[in-house]
Each structure stands twice: as C-alpha cells, then as structure tokens.
Design a protein around this ligand. Structure first.
Ligand code: IPE
Ligand code: IPE
Ligand code: MG
Length: 261
C-alpha cells in the first residue's frame, strides 16, 4: 500500500479486462493525434536473457497491435518514435539490426497497411538513413500516399532539436534572400517549416518503460500535449495499455493556459 503511494507505477493486482476498458472509453472524445515513444525493447530482451535485437523484433508486434487498434478507433494520426538522432551512438550491430528490421517491416507490412487505408509518412533526417531503409520507406510512402484512414508517421533519425535548427536555417536563408519578412514569423508560420507541417499537434504522448523524459521527441509540437507514462515495456504494450492511456487522457482537463469555464 505504502509502495503504491510513493511509486505511482505499481500495477493493479487485477488488471481490467479489455471489454471493461472499452466500455469506459468515450469514442466521441478520442485524440486526433497519438504519439508513442516505443521504449523498453532492450530491457524486455535482457530480462529474458535474450539479445536486444529480439526485443526490437517483439516491439514491431506491439506496433502492429496498436496500429490496428488505432484504425478501429478511427484515430487519424499515430506518430511512433522508432529511431532518434542520438540512437546512432549505439553499437553498430544494434543499429544495423534496427535498420534491417525497418526494411523487413516495410516489405512485409506495406500491402496490408495499404489495404487498411493507412498512409505511411516519416519525420526525421530521412535522407541520412542507409540506402535500403530509405528506399523502402520512400516506396511505402509513394504506395500509400492516397490513403486517408490513418496516417502512420514514422519518426526515423528524428531529433526535435535538429528539426527546429533545420527550420531556423531554412527561414534564415529565405529571409537573407528577401523572400520573407522576419516580422511575419509567428508560431503558425514556424510550424510549417517543421517535419510535421500539416499535421495536428499530438494530443496524447505515451511513453512506455517508465522513463519520465521526452528524449528529444516532438519538442515544439508537444507544448500542450498530455503525457501518459507506464512501466510496461514496449514489447508488452498492447490494446489494454492503449485503452488505459486513452481513458486517462479523457479524464484530463486541458486548459492550454486558460481557466476552466
Ligand atoms: C527502444 O527500446 C527502441 C529504440 C530506441 C530504437 P530501447 O532499445 O531503448 O530499450 P531500452 O530502453 O534499452 O530498454
Ligand atoms: C527514445 O528512446 C528513442 C526511441 C524510442 C526511438 P531512448 O531509449 O533512445 O531514450 P533514452 O536514451 O532512454 O533517453
Ligand atoms: Mg530506451
């Protein structure tokens, strides 16, 4: 009991069944954009004495499951953090395993994603990805460009700071050429120079694996995003956890700096 009070993540002894959670969910007040930091794959594998790459593979199954649930719920945008600009610091074998997994995922899933009406998009320094994942990604984006059921936004080689710096560079170049007036730069204008131009800001950000940080994810866009953290590791994250997050989101009071009226 005491533990539960000081450690907010201690799990209920009897987790609620999916149908109970479904009944609690108000389908008219779902977020338009859910963002997920797909974290905890390495720990999931290590706890089982398995190589980290096995954890990443298991994480792909969670993505399948969550994506399917988002389609069923008519959530229009799902952004998933798959590889950060800092993840290049990892051992080369792990980086290669992640890139191979991305290629495999796209090759295997793109037809089904297309059939479901999913539009694949990407945010990040895509041009700096190795040639195979880059080509596979470009092919998936081309093939699914006309779909509008759900946008699956893959954050790959993504860093929030780099994104902002790149936007600033482009704007500065255009200002230096006289193509824009600095006085005309406002928040809406700036947002159009980010990778996420045209997408709504995330309403809900989910971080599995218990870490309480953003890790350079959607720094600009998450200014007023509701954050939900769970100790569940990403490979163990499924429909139940998604529903829990959505129900928690619906219980939040979003004020955007104003007052409740
Ligand atoms: C997230 O899982 C996947 C990527 C960062 C690509 P991790 O590999 O970070 O897993 P942990 O945090 O070490 O458990
Ligand atoms: C964030 O997780 C990046 C992805 C999930 C792709 P990390 O595991 O890289 O973040 P830190 O190092 O714990 O902050
Ligand atoms: Mg991690």
């Amino acid at each position: 009991m005491l533990l539960r009070r000081i450690w907010p993540f201690s799990r209920r002894e009897t987790p609620e069944a999916e149908d109970v959670l479904q009944a609690k969910l108000d389908r008219r007040r779902l977020p338009k954009h859910v963002a997920i930091i797909m974290d905890g794959n390495g720990r999931w594998a290590q706890r089982r004495g398995l190589p980290r790459a096995v954890g990443h593979r298991a994480g792909v199954e969670s993505l399948r499951c969550v994506l399917e649930a988002c389609c069923e719920l008519n959530i229009p945008v799902l952004t998933v953090y798959a590889f950060s600009t800092e993840n290049w610091k990892r051992p080369v074998d792990e980086v290669n395993a992640l890139m191979d997994l991305l290629v495999e995922y796209l090759r295997r899933e793109v037809a089904e994603l297309h059939a479901k009406g999913v539009r694949v998009q990407a945010i990040g320094k895509i041009g700096a990805l190795p040639v195979m994942p880059r080509q596979e990604l470009e092919q998936a984006m081309r093939q699914t460009a006309g779909n509008n059921k759900l946008t699956l936004n893959l954050a790959l080689n993504y860093g929030g700071r780099v994104e902002i710096v790149e936007a600033v560079k482009t704007i500065a170049r255009q200002a230096a050429q006289g193509a824009l007036q600095p006085e005309n730069i406002d928040e809406q204008f700036f947002g159009r120079y980010l990778y996420t131009a045209g997408l709504p800001d995330p309403d809900l950000l989910i971080r599995p694996s218990g870490e309480l940080r953003l890790s350079n994810f959607l720094l600009w866009q998450s200014a007023y995003t509701e954050i939900w953290v769970t100790p569940v590791l990403w490979p163990d994250f499924g429909r139940r956890e998604l529903l829990e997050a959505l129900i928690a989101f619906q219980g939040r009071e979003r004020r955007f700096g104003g007052v409740k009226v």
